[in-house]
Design a protein around this ligand. Structure first.
Ligand code: PEP
Ligand code: MN
Length: 347
């Protein structure tokens, strides 16, 4: 149920409405949009009787919410959510690009990546410090040292930092250092982790599980938002299909579906989506054409020597070309490219 408030509702009236919701054993979630303020209700098992609220002062309307992912649904909030990540707006008119290596490997590698991607217009530096790898024998990341190197990359370039949070044990360390917390595909349904990031007030990039449906992705986002953290960005990164020629199948369908079902921004990861370097640029173009709000791209100064995901990583000149091409598509679909303010840009 969504309770739409009168435009001139007073604070005491809103407090009374929220108290009434709590008295019934439910949880109120204030949702402010451009044109209206509303209160979403969660915690109810069946339909909520609108009669409880209709006559309260300040209530304009009571609308049933049919989607099981309530707070992230368009039914509850019609306007696009814009997630403010340390001053960079994700979900607005400008396309935001996050780029960097799969994993932070050493100082020279991360700084070369940071300067390279900043020069060609990225707004975020990506790079895993805590890496969830399929094999226990593969490089597991530099962990705390990796976070420190990302912070150095940020200090030198002004880029924001997005990095994966692998588990609840290391969440505090990652949250202290990163601007945007990435929940990886393997953790999309790690409910303890979703709840823990839901209790923070820090933006989250939630990647779709490799065998998860669009609905499951939205339910995972609901875990985070229902705990009060509204700053969630959804990420399509490819799913497993019968196709073996590519690493995954980038589900471009997910972009218009997520944009219509949810108000949250959608970022696309064509690198993991196709898994082949030469396919990243065309799929990045396709993602922006289909309505993505941003891209996350794996870039390495020397991809053939990368410790993880070298096959799908672009070198810096390839990233520069991708940015030029994506900008053309962005303009064709009425978007702009986000640019970091001049004083923050890499020299
Ligand atoms: C990554 O971004 O490097 C990564 C591990 O992605 P995913 O969780 O989508 O596999
Ligand atoms: Mn990777």
């Amino acid at each position: 149920m969504l309770i739409v408030l009168h435009p001139d509702v007073t604070k005491p009236q809103q407090d009374l409405i929220e108290d009434r919701i709590r008295e019934l054993g439910f949880t109120p979630h204030a949702i402010s949009g451009a044109g209206r303020t509303a209160i979403g209700i969660t915690g109810n098992k069946g339909a909520v009787d609108p009669g409880h609220f209709r006559l309260l002062d300040g209530v304009a309307d009571c609308i049933p919410v049919t989607a099981p992912y309530k707070l992230v649904s368009r039914e509850v909030k019609r306007e696009d959510t814009i997630v403010d990540v340390a001053g960079v707006l994700v979900g607005g008119p400008a396309i935001v690009v996050m780029a960097g290596p799969c994993a932070v490997e050493n100082e020279a590698q991360i700084l070369a990546s940071a300067h390279g991607v900043a020069k060609y217009g990225a707004s975020f530096l990506r790079g895993g410090a805590f890496k969830p790898r399929t094999s226990p024998y593969d490089f597991q990341g530099l962990k705390q040292k990796g976070l420190e190197l990302l912070a150095k990359g940020r200090a030198e370039t002004g880029l924001k930092v997005v990095t994966e949070v692998k588990d609840t044990e290391t969440l505090a360390a990652v949250a202290e250092s990163a601007d945007l917390l990435q929940i990886g595909a393997r953790n999309m349904q790690n409910f303890s982790l979703l709840e823990a990031v839901g209790d923070l007030r820090k933006p989250v990039l939630l990647k779709r599980g490799m065998s998860s449906t669009i609905k499951e992705l939205l339910m995972a986002a609901e875990y985070i938002v229902s705990r009060g953290n509204k700053q969630v960005i959804l990420c399509e990164r490819g799913i497993r299909t019968f196709e073996t020629m590519t690493r995954n199948t980038l589900d471009l369908n997910a972009i218009p579906m997520l944009k219509s079902l949810s108000h949250l921004p959608v970022v696309v990861d064509p690198s993991h989506g196709i898994g082949i370097r030469s396919g990243v640029l065309p799929m990045a173009r396709a993602a922006v054409a289909a309505g993505a709000d941003g891209l996350i791209i794996e870039v390495h100064p020397d991809p053939d020597r990368a410790l993880s995901d070298g096959m799908q990583s672009l070198n810096i000149p390839m990233f520069a070309e991708l940015m030029r091409e994506v900008e053309k598509i962005a303009h064709a679909v009425g978007r702009t490219m986000h640019k970091m303010p001049e004083h923050q840009r890499s020299r």
